[in-house]
Design a binder for this molecule. Sequence first.
Ligand code: ZN
Length: 238
Amino acid sequence: MIATWLKESRHIVIFTGAGMSTESGVPDFRSKRGLWHGKDPQSLASTNAMKHNQKEFVDFYRMRIEALLNVQPHNGYNILTTWAKWLQLKSIITQNTDGLHEQAGNFNVIPLHGTIQQLHCHSCGNVFSTDRYFEHRLYCACEGFIRPSVVLFGESLDPQVLVTAEKEAQQSDLFIVLGSSLVVSPANSFPNIAKEHGAKLVIINHDPTPLDSIADVVINNRKIGDVLRDISEELSLK
Ligand code: ZN
């Protein structure tokens, strides 16, 4: 069924969340098990920590950047690259900041929460590589603090990124969610927008989500990589 829809659709949009990353071995710092030095990661990944607790803030992000050095995107990411080549896959909206989509060669990625693979000056916006955090050079020539290019707790999402993602959802005729529990706003708004504009909605997530009732197909309890592999075999794309 999904394979047929993929072939017939003219504007496919993929939406990915933490479940896509964790299958590659990216540690989930939001989970209870992911507690870091007994601290809640949400309190460290915040504007408050950036202002008042810079040492731990930088330590936390350095650790997260380091954790990604050993991570390779799983085969599901490569399958998306193939779909973009042979099918009308137009964009990938992601809640993840790990840059695995880009690493796998996926294009037209819309990172709602930015990327952890880049730093920039909080004052002037100058962009820096993550090397800065390993060299402990934390300040820009303008004396601004060099921070990760992610959306912190206490900050809003980039309105331009939101508009782009909304447009994609509106234009889609097939919207596929991969590994998102769809409980956080605005993440949960995009499948709704897609559905309202007549798209078919597929939700592939380990656990049920609040939007399952409006989905055309729901797949729970399976690895995303395995589901994508099975669909791709049905499509027999090279
Ligand atoms: Zn600066």
